[in-house]
Structure formats: C-alpha cells, structure tokens
Design a protein around this ligand. Structure first.
Ligand code: HEC
Length: 229
C-alpha cells in the first residue's frame, strides 16, 4: 500500500468536500429545497392572515351583531343601580329550589370560588378585612352585616355580573353557575353569623335576667374567680 497515494486521495477529498462549504454562502433567509410544500403551506387562509375576499381584508370575521353564544342566554340588564334592583326582583338562584344535598354541594363549590376570587378583598370570613384593603384599596363593606344581607340574591348576582363602585365585574372569571354558587356560600356565611349573633344575644339576655348569686349589678368579670359563668 502506497501511503503517499492514500494521503493525496484524502487531501483531494477534503478539498472537494470541505472547501465548497466554506466558499458557498448559504442564504438562510431563503427556504431550502422544500419537498411537498403544500404540506407546509396551507392553501386555505389562516385565521389571522389577510384575506382579499372580504372588504375589511381579514379572514377571521366578527360575529354578526346580536349573535348569542351557544348555551348562553343574554341578560337584559344594564350596569345601573335601578337595574340591580330589577335583577333582584326578576332573577332567581338556580339553587333556590334544590334539595339539601345539591345545595351543600353548591355551597362547597362557592366556598372554593370565594377563596380564590373574593377573600383577597372581602376577607376569609367576609368581614371586609382581606389583604388588599389593608394595602390601601377601598375597604369593602362586611358581607355579614352590611346591605348584602338584605339584598335579594338576584341583586348580588347583578353586582357580580356588572360590578358596583370599586367592586369589579366577574363575568370574565366566573360562569353564571359559579356566581350563583358563591352567592349561596355568602348566604351560608350570613346565616352562620346571624345564628352566632342570636346565640350571643340570648345568652346576654339570660345573663341579665337571671339573678346573680350575690350582686346582680356586678358584671361577671368583676366577681371573684369561681363565680364567673
Ligand atoms: C378588588 C377587591 C374586591 C374583590 C376581589 C371582590 N370584591 Fe366585592 N366588593 C369590593 C368593594 C370595594 C365593594 C364595595 C363596592 C361599592 O359599593 O363601592 C364590594 C362590594 C361587594 C358586594 C356588595 C356589598 C354591599 O354591601 O354593597 C358584594 C355582594 C360583593 N362585593 C361580593 C364579592 C364576591 C362574591 C367576590 C368574589 C367573586 C368579590 N366581591 C370580590 C371589592 C372586591
């Protein structure tokens, strides 16, 4: 075997293969050879491509005005206080007539919605003491003692749908069902609070009526240890 001859062949091969890659400049801005280009380039218009067939030059057209999304019945209310009252008269919670099991499932779901979307402002218990108002956002009224106790469910639904003052709308985050669920949860918080307040009021009244062991006028805390109830 003649080593020099092999070396010459190898050197020639090197020149033949490597040199062109150094000399020939590839233009990366141009497509390379494309096999089956129709698989890469759709002959249909892409959703966001321009389109000469429409007057506005777009492929994706807005729905005809008045179009209703499937399964979505439009609400006939405006974002006004008057329409909030009207919503209270006309809208009924879908959970108003369900059995106890279905209602507690809705309340449980509502508690989850509340934890995610509401307690940052309204506070975990609904007292209006969440972390956001502590940082300067206008504090919301208590959901346990404020107006929302006497407001009809439909009115609360109107607030969640259209907002009220600095309370934002939640239509983008919450389906209608989620909104009703969180309303049922707020109602359950309100009922708990009312029950606790009634028990506290009753025991205070009982304490006032019952004659004390020695001095009725002395509050419990001033009596000696052991006599406190
Ligand atoms: C960014 C803070 C913020 C978040 C989040 C928020 N709220 Fe509010 N909410 C407010 C404020 C502030 C008000 C008082 C609005 C006003 O009347 O000026 C309010 C008012 C309300 C009221 C009416 C209370 C009344 O007495 O008038 C209800 C009911 C209510 N919110 C429920 C909810 C529910 C349910 C959620 C979660 C889905 C929620 N809020 C999320 C800030 C918030």
């Amino acid at each position: 075997v003649n080593l020099t001859r092999i070396n010459i062949v190898l050197a020639l091969l090197l020149v033949a293969v490597v040199l062109p890659t150094l000399v020939v400049r590839v233009d990366y801005s141009q497509p390379n050879i494309e096999i089956l280009p129709h698989m890469k380039y759709s002959s249909a218009y892409d959703a966001f491509s321009t389109n000469p067939n429409f007057a506005n030059g777009r492929t994706l057209q807005a729905p005809v005005s008045g179009t209703i999304a499937r399964g979505d019945l439009p609400l006939d209310f405006a974002a006004t206080p008057e329409d909030a009252i009207r919503a209270g008269e006309q809208l009924q919670s879908p959970f108003a007539a369900v059995d106890g099991m279905a209602l507690s499932a809705a309340i449980e779901q509502g508690a989850e919605v509340y934890r995610i979307f509401c307690d940052t402002c309204h506070g975990a218990g609904g007292a209006g003491d969440g972390p956001v108002p502590k940082r300067g956002f206008p504090p919301p009224p208590s959901l346990l003692t404020g107006k929302s106790v006497t407001m009809k469910a439909g009115q609360l639904f109107h607030i969640l749908t259209y907002g009220q003052g600095s309370m934002p709308t939640f239509t983008a985050q919450l389906s209608r069902e989620n909104r009703w669920e969180v309303i049922e949860y707020i109602r359950s918080l309100q009922q708990d609070a009312a029950r606790k307040a009634a028990i506290a009021a009753k025991s205070a009244a009982d304490a006032a009526e019952r004659p004390g062991p020695e001095d009725e006028t002395k509050p419990d805390s001033q009596k000696p240890e052991g006599e406190q109830r």
